[in-house]
Design a protein around this ligand. Structure first.
Ligand code: AMP
Ligand code: MG
Length: 356
């Protein structure tokens, strides 16, 4: 299949005449059952018509994704929400007021309008209204409901820039919209409003504190995410799969700043001696201390948003360089840092080293 590329001239807006025309053409492709990858504020999405089963089947096969891992439905206005859920919970209205459009996905009881191929057979549906202008315009142009997982081959890091989408999806889908680099670079927060207790199923840019503050009640994270030995499985099916895995070994190191950097210096010396190709993902404060083949400095230690923004692209780049072992410093695990730590642990197979 030939994949058409459409470049957006002004992703930050206002969208130009050419941009609107390109997005209109892509909307038509989706309406006709095709697939289009598009930018959002989190990562690139691989979009198809959420109400068309065949489009969802195509998404699963283009990604090589297991079909019991449901897709998020993207909408561009509140009116579109009404027909796809049984009712709109008060909490949804409060959170939508505060965080939509934006990087928050809410799980609600499905009315059955979204086909089970899209919801992975669940009686709930996950919905997000993205903030990105191109994404919202595309949703409108394609009929109102776009099912979109991240636009990567399953098991690869989510694509945070056009070039990574091209790497994974060229020849597999109808079109890619080039909107440059995604501002957040990590997938949306998923909050479950359909269960007995409101719970974060996947941490993201919208933190538990922000949700708790908006709702006036404490919002916790799915306990199965925090404890790999937990007897329950994560409630979001996608969090059960090993994801985001680079070919090299990922070794997160946790502890006080100095202890962490000293430990990594020592372990790098061992790895270098053993002839392994080494990589480090570290803070700008420590970058000059390391002797490694690839060093990715990702902002200050207490700036989780910068670390999160750089993380997936660093994993992909280290793969391209055939790095065997990647040491990762511990950035803050508070606030948005929880989301970064969650993705880091998943890329590392839930292992880390603790130093004093
Ligand atoms: P991705 O599209 O790659 O960002 O992944 C979407 C995530 O949303 C996966 O982890 C899914 O398992 C999760 N998800 C989608 N729909 C639901 C739902 N109805 N209930 C719980 N998790 C969901
Ligand atoms: Mg994904």
């Amino acid at each position: 299949m030939k994949t058409s590329i459409y470049k957006i001239e002004q992703p930050e807006g206002p969208l130009t005449e050419n941009d609107l025309k390109a997005i209109g053409e892509c909307g038509r492709i989706i309406k006709e059952g095709g697939l289009v990858a598009f930018p959002t504020e989190t990562v690139y999405g691989l979009g198809g018509d959420a109400l068309n089963e065949e489009s969802s089947s195509k998404i699963y096969s283009a990604k090589g994704r297991p079909s019991d891992n449901p897709l998020i439905v993207h909408i561009s206005d509140m009116a579109s929400l009404e027909s796809i859920v049984t009712d709109i919970p008060d909490e949804c209205r409060i959170l939508a007021d505060r965080f939509w459009p934006g990087p928050l996905t809410m799980v609600m009881k499905s009315s059955g309008k979204v086909p089970s191929r899209t919801t992975g057979g669940l009686d709930t549906v996950a919905v997000r209204m993205p903030d990105d202008l191109t994404a919202r315009q595309l949703i409108k142009a394609s009929g109102g409901y776009i099912a979109a997982p991240s636009a990567n081959i399953s098991g690869r890091p989510s694509p945070t820039a056009f070039k990574y989408v091209l790497e994974d999806m060229d020849g597999r889908i109808d079109a890619i919209i080039d909107g440059g680099v995604n501002p957040i670079g990590l997938e949306s927060t998923i909050v479950d409003l359909a269960g007995e207790r409101i719970m974060v199923l996947r941490p993201g840019f919208i933190t538990n504190e922000m949700l708790s503050e908006a709702l006036g009640t404490e919002v916790i994270t799915d306990p199965a995410l925090l404890d790999p030995d937990c007897k329950d499985r994560p409630k979001a099916p996608g969090m059960r799969y090993r994801h985001y895995a680079p070919r090299g070994e990922v070794r997160p190191v946790k502890g006080s700043d100095d202890a962490v950097s000293e430990y990594i210096v020592g372990e790098l010396a061992v790895a270098n001696r053993n002839g392994r190709k080494t990589g480090v993902f570290c803070s700008s404060e420590h970058a000059s201390k390391y002797d490694a083949d690839v060093i990715r400095s990702a902002g200050s230690l207490d700036d989780a948003s910068s670390a999160a923004h750089e993380f997936y692209s660093a994993l992909r780049d280290m793969d391209d360089e055939n790095v065997d072992v990647i040491f990762v410093e511990n950035f803050t695990d508070r606030g948005f840092g929880e989301a970064f730590w969650n993705r880091l642990l998943r890329s590392a197979g839930s292992k880390w080293e603790e130093v004093k």
